[in-house]
Design a protein around this ligand. Structure first.
Ligand code: LLP
Length: 442
């Protein structure tokens, strides 16, 4: 009997699924081929080359719908966090599904406007270092809310708004001093972090803000970090925000919005966990403390929407053995996906094709890129079926903070990106040409 060698647990339906393909009617067994929706990844590699980011539109839609469904009982807007993946085609897809956006720079603001100008009224602007130019552009675009992170920023915003004679709706991003169990680089809700204003100083600052003619105090915002899979810290942070909302209202402020930021994590390793159930638990945890407050809730998920919807496709350039250690040198590198190098992040790496019959030899390998740094790896000591040069591998859950964090280190063109929807394939970012990488220097 044929035995499924490539375990279903590594699949990410509906985005990435292994399908069996019979080689011949006269042979037992066939090959398993990894597909993005209906399209074999091998076909995409042939057509667009590698390294290549591949995204599933259906997965993006479904994951957004999971959020929308979990929060259907409360007045809310999902403001997708553009930093997770800022491809304009992805933004457009999300805007069509009713999404607003969370932007953190003039560049992201412009991407949002290009994707769908009408999304501006559902867009919030976060970040500790907004410049005058960025604020001015956001005021002109007519965004929904500025999440202000310091007193200095407040006065700069007041100045920009006064100059334009446009009112800026303001929420203070408060730092609730709540610990979240995640990588220290992406935890943000503690007193020691640079983010937000200490929650105990907030009332005083709101009082100052309300005195500025072109600022309108409109909400409270919070974001405690990223890749958080326990919902308790979210509940704790929102409970503190809810108390603040009550205090601010008693001070006479009109608080219409509570923005709870992003940060809900995904399971990079354990696929048996249920995403819908996690989002439902999250919704319960954050809505409970807000009950009776009658606020419009803003959510800024990034990773949870786009992470598992994308994979990085790469080819094995060389196999090599150093003192008993086996390496697969692939054509993607840390410049294309920096998460393993930067955070020691785990990403599932799977072969794109493999024989379906049992008896496939497994081996333990490091999957590494061509860059001259020992941190240039995707996986260490992983069991993979024996692969030859030119075989294809898919690095899963790379849709969030993959291409968005890619660089041109080593003068390497960043990967191309394709978006798959059932049987249709769209190149949503062509591969960079070498000349483009240095033309600004000539
Ligand atoms: N809102 C604010 C204010 C944020 O700072 C972030 C992420 C988000 C929303 C979206 O968080 P998400 O839902 O995606 O967790 N490069 C890191 C993640 C950095 C997250 C930064 N802020 C990584 O690859 O894990």
């Amino acid at each position: 009997m044929t035995q499924r060698i490539l375990p279903t647990v590594v699949e990410r339906p509906p985005a990435f699924i292994f399908r069996e393909q019979r080689k011949s009617l006269f042979r037992r067994g066939g090959d398993f081929a990894l597909h993005c929706e209906e399209i074999p990844l091998s076909k995409l590699a042939k057509r667009f080359g590698t390294p290549l980011y591949v995204y599933s539109a259906t997965a993006v839609r479904e994951r957004l719908a999971t959020f929308q469904d979990a929060f259907r009982h409360v007045s809310h807007t999902i403001c997708y966090s553009v930093k997770a993946n800022s491809n304009i085609n992805i933004l457009r897809l999300l805007a069509r599904e009713g999404c607003g956006f969370d932007v953190v720079s003039g560049g992201e603001l412009e991407r949002m406007l290009v994707a769908d100008r009408r999304a501006a009224k559902k867009t919030v602007f976060s970040g500790v270092g907004k410049s005058r130019d960025e604020m001015t552009a956001a005021l002109k675009a007519g965004i929904l809310l500025f999440n202000v992170e310091s007193e200095s920023e407040l006065w700069t915003l007041a100045e920009c708004a006064t100059r334009l004679r446009r009112t800026a709706r303001v929420a203070l991003r408060v730092n609730p001093d709540v610990a979240a169990d995640t990588h220290p680089y992406i935890s943000t809700g503690l007193r020691k972090h640079k983010f937000g204003v200490p929650i105990r100083d907030a009332r005083e600052l709101y009082a100052k803000a309300s005195g500025a003619r072109y600022l309108r105090v409109a909400g409270v915002s919070v974001h405690i970090g990223s890749q958080i899979t326990d919902v308790a810290p979210f509940a704790e942070a929102v409970a503190r925000v809810a108390d603040l909302v009550r205090e601010l209202r008693s001070d006479g402020h009109k608080i219409g919005y509570v923005d709870i930021g992003g940060g809900l994590g995904i399971s990079y390793q354990d696929q048996s966990s249920d995403f819908d159930a996690l989002v439902a638990r999250y919704a319960h945890a954050v809505c409970n403390p807000l009950r009776g407050l009658d606020v419009h809730l803003l959510l800024e998920p990034g990773r949870a929407i786009i992470g598992p919807a994308g994979a990085l496709l790469t080819s094995v350039v060389y196999t090599k053995q150093n003192d008993g250690k086996r390496f697969l040198v692939v054509d993607a590198a840390m410049n294309d996906l920096i998460r393993p190098s930067l955070y020691g992040a785990y990403h599932e790496v799977v072969p794109v094709a493999g024989p379906a019959d049992s008896g496939v030899k497994m081996e333990t390998v490091d999957v590494v890129g061509p860059i001259c740094e020992s941190g240039d790896f995707f996986a260490r000591d992983r069991a993979l079926p024996r692969l030859e040069e030119n075989s294809l591998l898919a690095i899963l859950d790379a849709g969030a903070y993959g291409m968005a964090l890619a660089s041109n280190y080593n003068t390497r063109p960043r990967p191309a990106e394709v978006l798959v929807s059932k049987k249709s394939v769209k190149l949503i970012r062509r591969r960079e040409e070498l000349r483009e990488l240095y033309s600004a220097e000539l």
